[in-house]
Design a protein around this ligand. Structure first.
Ligand SMILES: *[C@@H]1O[C@H](CO)[C@@H](O)[C@H](O)[C@H]1NC(C)=O
Ligand SMILES: CC(=O)N[C@H]1CO[C@H](CO)[C@@H](O)[C@@H]1O
Length: 370
């Protein structure tokens, strides 16, 4: 706490000294240290990594801005976790400060120079996904929000500096979970499962996803981490609603999600030669998360089939509910979202994981190429 405050004060003095050539100084400072470092991180996703964007969406039902969310962090911030998200931990490993949420009123000026998080709970690749939960920023809207950030950045640095800055910025995309749990797997509210078999649905999703990634490339970003969907058949909500046998996950759900994941991995091979000037990484969160579930006790978790907070059919923890005492022993915080203990392990995997998790390289290796 003290340390953070000191660091921030020092940062402000530095910024006060920069009036003109702000970005140029910024780029030089990074180069002077001699360590390869991403300039910024721009994050697109859903509730797994939403840092509070939905707090500002009046008509959203997907919010986590109340107790007990954040019980092991700064209190409720809008994060769907007891503590830090995957992006918070990844940011620590990559030496980023906590990234501002796009909708946070303070996300302007110097506060956006190290990146912005656009992730919005209930968001999906498809426009309709998550509409049962009201207002949200869909993937395409998140990209539009990124464009408004870019306009700000353009007013802060020259064209060449911006090009170089974007070339050294990391884009993280973690999308698709809601296209299953708040679309395809909800036949009473969505028609997609009547219109598409699982393979056709995955094909449709990846086509749109690929278009979105190409749109981002068109905006100038060059380094991509594309995360797989986790094993949704293992989340407490699915275990309960689909009556999984004790100790087992719902294999149908994991199988159909796997169809999408294998296409994300294939997209790396497809787009890398097309882009030519970019590095794309597939982060196999499915494998990393499955390993935690398969070997829970090895990782120090004793409970993996129910959330620390709330009961299985509830979407989130109820306001003011009392969570389990020892969060570090639980894989899941609520019926959908992992605890920060799990997020930390997944982040370490993205940063330094083996080729089975990070293809064709991990982020530590990618940073060496900056
Ligand atoms: C972008 O970064 C790559 C290294 O990842 C470098 O080889 C390339 O020259 C850079 N391009 C521009 C336009 O800065
Ligand atoms: C880290 C670890 O212990 N991984 C093991 C998890 O379980 C699978 C199969 O049960 C093993 O193959 C892994 O080595």
């Amino acid at each position: 706490m003290e340390n953070n405050r000191c660091r921030r004060r020092r940062g402000m003095t530095l910024v006060a000294a920069m009036t003109v050539g702000l970005a140029a100084l910024f780029l030089e400072a990074a180069a002077a240290v001699g360590q390869p470092r991403f300039e910024a991180m721009f994050v697109f996703g859903d509730s797994l990594i939403d840092p509070g964007n939905n707090n500002y969406l009046v008509d959203s039902l997907a919010k986590a801005n109340y107790v007990p969310y954040g019980v092991d962090f700064q209190g409720p911030t809008g994060r769907f976790c007891n503590g830090k998200t995957l992006i918070d931990y990844l940011g620590e490993l990559l030496e980023f400060p906590l990234l501002p949420a796009f909708t946070d009123p303070t996300a302007t000026g110097r506060n956006i120079l190290r990146g912005v998080n656009y992730a919005s709970a209930a968001a999906g690749i498809l426009e309709e996904t998550g509409r049962n939960l009201g207002e949200r920023f869909t993937f395409s809207q998140q990209i539009q929000n990124f464009q408004s950030t870019l306009n700000q950045l353009k007013s802060m640095m020259g064209a060449e500096d911006l090009k170089s800055y974007l070339n050294k910025s990391l884009v993280v995309i973690s999308m698709g979970s809601n296209d299953y749990i708040n679309n395809y797997l909800q036949p009473s509210m969505y028609t997609s499962s009547y219109m598409y078999n699982p393979t056709a649905y995955a094909d449709m999703l990846i086509k749109l996803y690929s278009t979105q990634v190409q749109a981002l490339h068109g905006l100038g970003v060059r380094k991509f981490l594309m995360a797989a969907i986790g094993p949704l058949g293992c989340i407490p909500y699915q275990l309960e609603t689909r009556a999984a046998p004790p100790g087992k996950c719902v294999s149908y759900v994991n199988d159909i999600v796997g169809l999408f994941n294998s296409r994300v991995r294939a997209l790396v091979d497809e787009l890398t030669p097309v882009f030519a000037d970019s590095i794309l990484v597939y982060g196999n969160a499915f494998a990393a998360f499955s390993d935690i579930i398969d070997n829970a006790t090895t990782y120090g978790f004793t409970v993996k089939d129910r959330g620390c907070c709330g009961i299985s059919r509830q979407i989130t923890c109820l306001p003011l509910s009392v969570p389990c005492a020892d969060r570090s022993k639980y894989v899941f915080w609520d019926s959908f979202h992992p605890t920060q203990a799990v997020n930390q392990i997944i982040a370490r995997n993205a940063y330094a994981g083996p080729p089975s998790v990070c293809y064709p390289m991990n982020l530590q290796q990618l940073a060496q190429l900056l």
